[in-house]
Design a protein around this ligand. Structure first.
Ligand SMILES: Cc1cc2nc3c(=O)[nH]c(=O)nc-3n(C[C@H](O)[C@H](O)[C@H](O)COP(=O)(O)OP(=O)(O)OC[C@H]3O[C@@H](n4cnc5c(N)ncnc54)[C@H](O)[C@@H]3O)c2cc1C
Length: 341
């Protein structure tokens, strides 16, 4: 019998598992993919993410997980009218596979048991525990007092518990050899509706130019991507010598009000699967913060499961308010997001 089973070894799950394990709880952190696993991400650790790593993991982010240029100096947004907004702040540029592996290693050092290649597929809530079924390297059923579901955007496990059709944004990005007349230390976002149905972006990782677009209609990726490349060629002298890799992913489509799904009974949701995400490069920080709050709620109410949900909801209130403010801020600079005001 585990005290807590944490599903998903991303920033939310690793922070939750580390927090619980270092406080003496018996924790299983299950990751469906073989680790280190790939996660499509720009890998910008903003200042808030760096502070949270220090607070929850008691260490600085190591140089071994960064990519060149390691230093990220901020974000530069171009709004729907072509106006440029620069947000300077010191951050880091990391590969997510390495960063998340490092987080998982820290959780393991604190005593969490890690099982990769093992997907949580379903669960049955019993009177005083939850039985979780796993499939993969280790197939079978494990009992636990609580489940923290931190499985990220798609949420196959959550879909078995909660009815409804989630809405997604599809992201598409390419990794290219080439050059561009932009400072490689910044993350660039373009909010013009002709370039994407959400945002388009450019950043640099180990001297590869990463160019991406996100859309609500996946069939329109080629149209928007071609337009974005043409725009970057014209405005910033983009030159692509060779395309090495592409990836496609999903993000939750956050709606006005930023509804959060905190969980059911002994099962709490944290990170993206709960709906924590904001547009200023804050998926990682929102994941870590909500993962921490979920772990804290379980620890504080371990023998009173009826109180866990409210405790978690209350402790994430500042995060939710901040997230709503950030969405509203972006809506203020670009009409593309006006519904989020
Ligand atoms: C293109 C793109 C660029 C982004 N850029 C940035 C950025 O620069 N900075 C930033 O802060 N955020 C960024 N984000 C957002 C950020 O990546 C996410 O918000 C963040 O990873 C969410 O963390 P999480 O722990 O909730 O989920 P994830 O990081 O997705 O981790 C969830 C884990 O759960 C595992 N899993 C899923 N289902 C199961 C299951 N059934 N059983 C076991 N394991 C399971 C998955 O394999 C995964 O490892 C970006 C997102 C995208 C798509």
């Amino acid at each position: 019998m585990y005290d807590v089973i944490v599903i998903g070894a991303g920033p939310a799950g690793c922070t939750a598992a580390k927090t619980l394990a270092e406080n003496g709880y018996k924790v299983l952190l299950a990751e469906k993919l073989k680790m280190p696993r790939y996660k499509s991400c720009s890998g910008q650790l903003i200042q808030k993410s760096l502070h949270l790593v220090k607070r929850y993991f008691n260490e600085e982010v190591p140089a071994s997980v960064t990519c060149a240029p390691a230093e990220n100096r901020g974000m530069i947004f171009t709004n729907d009218k072509g106006r440029v907004f620069s947000f300077e702040q010191p951050g880091l540029n990391v590969w997510r596979s390495s960063f998340d592996q490092w987080l998982a290693d820290k959780a393991a050092e604190s005593g969490a048991e890690i099982r990769d290649g093992t997907a949580a597929v379903s669960c049955v809530e019993q009177e005083t525990s939850v039985a979780v079924a796993f499939h993969g390297k280790e197939t079978g059923i494990q009992e636990t007092k609580y489940v923290l579901d931190c499985e990220g955007v798609v949420g196959a496990f959550k879909k078995k518990l909660v009815k409804g059709t989630p809405q997604y944004i599809t992201t598409y990005q390419t990794f290219n050899k080439g050059k561009i007349d932009l400072d490689y230390h910044y993350f660039y976002a373009y909010l013009q509706p002709e370039l994407s149905q959400y945002d388009a972006w450019m950043n640099v990782k180990d001297n590869l130019l990463v160019l991406g677009v996100s859309v609500q209609e996946p069939g329109k990726i080629p149209v928007f991507y071609d337009r974005f490349i043409a725009y970057m060629k014209e405005k910033h002298n983009l030159q692509i010598d060779e395309q090495l890799k592409t990836d496609r992913w999903l993000m939750p489509h956050i709606r006005p009000g930023c509804a959060i799904d905190y969980g059911r009974g002994r099962i709490l949701f944290a990170g993206e699967i709960a709906g924590f995400l904001n547009p200023m490069g804050e998926g990682i920080s929102a994941g870590m913060e909500s993962g921490y709050c979920a772990a804290k709620a379980v620890m504080e109410c371990f023998d009173n499961p009826d109180l866990v949900y409210d405790n978690y909801k209350q402790s994430t209130e500042p995060l939710l308010t901040y997230m709503q403010r950030q969405w509203s801020f972006v809506a203020g600079i670009a009409d593309t997001f006006k519904e989020m005001k």
